[in-house]
Every structure is written in C-alpha cells, then in structure tokens.
Design a protein around this ligand. Structure first.
Ligand code: F6P
Length: 464
C-alpha cells in the first residue's frame, strides 16, 4: 500500500514487527523500545524503518496497527559484512571497551556504508521535508548525516543504546573520522550515561575538530546537542504482569519445582560475552566450594537467550558456559538436586516475569553494558519490596541503581562474597534497598525517557 510521507519516522536495525505463522499476520515484537514508541507513532501516524532479519527480504511498505512499516533489505553478503562483520565484530566489541578484540576490515566497512545509505534513502522516502527522524543504535551510526543530505529541513535525533568508548579505544578505529562526522549530522546525539557523552565529545574534539559549547558541540557551522538519557522499561506494565494470577501461579509452581526451601538465584541474559555469565557461574562455584552445604540450599536458574549464533565469539562463549554448568552440576549435584538449571531459549514475557517473581536474588554481572534492562525489569516486578539485586558496576543501570549490591564482576573474591551477602542479607536491609530501587525504576520509565528524548530533538534549533 503506498504511504504518504510522515512527520515522524523511527529507524532501528530491526522492524518492530515479526511474522506470526499461526495468526497469518504481523505482530509487534515484545520489548521496551517498541512499547515506548507505539503510542507516539500511532498519535503522529508515524513510520518505522528497519530490517526484517532475513536475507534479500524486500517488502512493500505496509501499515500494521496504525504504524507504517518500511523494510530495508540486506543481501546475504551484507549480512556477513555489515551485520555480523562491521556491526558485531568491529563496533560491538570496540564500544564494549574491547573486551573481545575488534577486527578491522575494509571489506566490512564498505557494506556498512552501503547499508546505512540504504537506510537513509528509505527514511527520506518516508519522511516529510520538515519531519522528525529518530535513529537508533550503532548499526545505523552513519545515517544521521546521510539523511541530512537528503532531508536538510528535518530534525534528526540519534540514540546510542550501547556504551561509547573512551578516546584511547575509539582512536583505534580506522574509520573514526567518517563515523564521527556522520553521527554529527544529527541535531541531538544521546547516550545512556554521562560517561558516553564525555567520551563522544572528547573524540569529536580530537578527531574532527568540533568545538565544545554548552550542552553539546559546534561542528561545521551547526550545533549538535549531546544528551544523557538513560533508557528504561514499561515499569507499570511489568508490575501489572507480575501481579497477574497466571504469573503468580507460574512463579509458585517454579519455586516448588526448584525446591521451596532453597534460595533461588536467577540470571537472564542474551548469550553475549559482554554479559559476564561465565564469571557469574565461577563465583557461584567458589561460593559452593567455600561454604559446605550451600549447593544443597541454592537453586541457580540461568536463562541464556540465543543471539548472533553465527558470529564465532558467540559460539565459543556458548561452549564455555555450557561446560561450566556441567562442571558445577557434576561437582556439587546429588541424585536429588541439580544446582544449576540452564535454559538456552527465549522465554515468553509471562514466563520471564514468573522467573523474576520466583527469584530471591537476581544476578546482573556484565563486564560492560550500555544499560541492562533486565536489572530494571526484575526491580519492577518486586511489588512487595522483596528480592535482592546483585549488579555490576559496569552496567549503565548501576548509575541509577546504586542501592543494589554492586560488584566488579572481574573481582572473583568480591563476586563470591556478594553471592554470600545476598544469601545472608537481613530481611529489613533487603526491603529498604528494594524500595529505593523501585522508587527510581517506577519514576523513570520508558515513556518518560522517550518523551525527554523527543522534546530535545524537537527543541533543536540551528543558527540562522
Ligand atoms: O543495543 C543492543 C542490541 O543491538 C539491540 O539493538 C538489539 O535489540 C539487541 O542488541 C539484539 O541484537 P541483534 O539485533 O543483533 O539480535
């Protein structure tokens, strides 16, 4: 169906809808960004531009539930070079403090540029001359300036969901200057943390000669506002689901299966090397070794969500995690109790929330993470102020959730001590901590986040 150009376009690597075979229709994917932007897109008759996730999949523009959808097709070679290569083997590790060695290949950079240009073309085709475009994440970091060339009268915002690295690391990128120049095509570039803002600003000053001004940078005769805007979740939505009778029943049944007398420790992560799953399992192993009988008193539930399986570092990590699970269960299990239950799959939202409700302790221990919404989701579901959150200092969420039990996940002793602290935490201290965490997560939800970002983009003014 042909669509008019819209005053509001969102662009992200993936479309917000997926094909549902049984229903023979599209459905919205679960996820914070989609639920936050749906009302705004509906209200403004907006369009979402993204990739379907399949090779050579070109769709005619269509409308789903009042929201325009325009797909950007990627060839098989572009999936290899742009998505798996430049996005997930160059930028992803580099921006996550190079915790895996980034690879730099010109034959990955070229498809990255080509795909970003195609996104800019598709956004421009959907966007009114004076419309607002909001571009998301590192896969589309070149889009802002490509789009400005096509729609000079538009307002353009960019939000980076992952960390932006310090200048010493970013400087390794052979394409550091074009990346910064294209990003600076936006009116507002927003980051999860103040650290991200400061790192980006320093890189722009050093490598492309931008001039720091109040709240941003001056570059090429334009003002680019830099914003710190920590993303959040639909906090009330999570709490509502947690209170539902189905989820309560499922959580009770899960506790029963894992052993009602046991302390339940939970980890929920995409199976990504940034998430610190192996160091977490090792800390649990150390805790079991140091405290006789502890393995019998604990049930560990680790949910690993499959992701980027064709990227070699991810496949290697899966092997490492599964080997550790086997090792712990082999050493500490009995015929009556397997300490670690490991699930490699994506859970439906109700099942995920039942896990949050069943867990006494949530372990979120990334080595580096833009935000980590799992930490906020756990907090939102603890409507009775119970539950303990162990949280890495290196998650963006730690800037807001200082009442968690914070830890450096690479400090093996501290990690094992944190597991013990969580195990023994006095009830009143746990309640005080969780109440403080909840206050923050309920007040700063994803709707407030998106409104704050959009206000900044639409307030953007340029010198006459
Ligand atoms: O910001 C992290 C991110 O890239 C998101 O954009 C995405 O939802 C998630 O990781 C999963 O990644 P992928 O789309 O590569 O499966």
């Amino acid at each position: 169906m042909p669509m008019d150009r819209s005053g509001f376009v969102v662009a992200a690597n993936r479309l917000p809808v997926r094909w549902h075979e049984e229903a023979d229709d599209w459905e919205f994917s679960p996820g914070g960004l989609v639920s936050a932007l749906r009302p705004v897109l509906n209200e403004r008759s907006g369009t979402w531009v993204g990739w379907t996730g399949r090779p050579d999949h070109a769709l005619e523009p269509f409308v789903h539930d009042g929201i325009g959808q325009r797909s950007v097709p990627l060839t098989k070679n572009e999936i290899v070079g742009h998505y798996r290569g430049f996005c997930n083997s160059t930028v992803w590790p580099l921006y996550h403090n190079a915790i895996r060695t980034p690879e730099y290949h010109r034959h990955w950079w070229r498809p990255h540029v080509a795909v970003n240009r195609r996104f800019a073309d598709t956004i421009a085709a959907a966007l009114a001359d004076d419309g607002t475009a909001w571009v998301h994440d590192y896969q589309l970091q070149l889009v802002p300036d490509f789009l400005r060339a096509r729609r000079p009268g538009a307002r353009i915002g960019f939000f980076l969901h992952i960390p932006f690295p310090p200048v010493e690391l970013f400087g390794y990128m052979p394409w550091r200057r074009p990346v910064l120049r294209e990003l600076l095509g936006a009116d507002v570039v927003a980051f999860q943390t103040r650290r991200g803002v400061a790192n980006f600003s320093e890189c722009c000053v050093r490598y492309v000669g931008a001039r720091p001004v109040q709240d941003g940078l001056e570059y090429d005769g334009r003002l680019v506002r830099l914003q710190c805007a920590p993303i959040s979740i639909d906090s009330e939505g999570f709490e509502r689901l947690a209170r539902s009778p189905e989820v309560r029943d499922e959580a009770a049944a899960l506790r029963e299966r894992l052993g009602p007398h046991r302390k339940i420790f939970l980890g929920v992560d995409r199976l990504d090397y940034t998430k610190g799953i192996a160091v977490r399992l090792k800390a649990i192993e150390t805790f079991f070794r140091r405290h006789e009988g502890a393995a019998e008193e604990c049930a560990i539930l680790q949910i690993a969500v499959p992701t980027r399986e064709k990227v070699s570092d991810y496949a290697a990590m899966r092997e490492e995690v599964e080997q550790l699970v086997g090792q712990i269960n082999g050493e500490f299990g009995t015929t009556g109790h397997t300490p670690v239950t490991y699930l490699y799959r994506t859970l439906a939202p109700e099942d995920l929330v039942a896990c949050y409700r069943a867990a006494d302790v949530m372990m979120v221990t990334p080595l580096c993470d833009g935000m980590n919404l799992v930490a906020k989701e756990y907090v939102a579901t603890r409507f009775d102020d119970t539950g303990v959150l162990i949280l890495s200092e290196f998650a963006g969420a730690a800037h807001e959730l200082a009442d968690a039990l914070l830890v450096n996940p690479l400090d093996a002793d501290w990690m094992a001590d944190r597991v013990r602290d969580a195990f023994d935490l006095p009830v009143t201290e746990g309640i005080e901590r969780m109440a403080a965490l909840r206050e923050r997560v309920l007040a700063h939800d994803v709707f407030r986040w998106s409104a704050g970002c959009l206000d900044a983009i639409e307030a953007a003014t340029q010198p006459a």
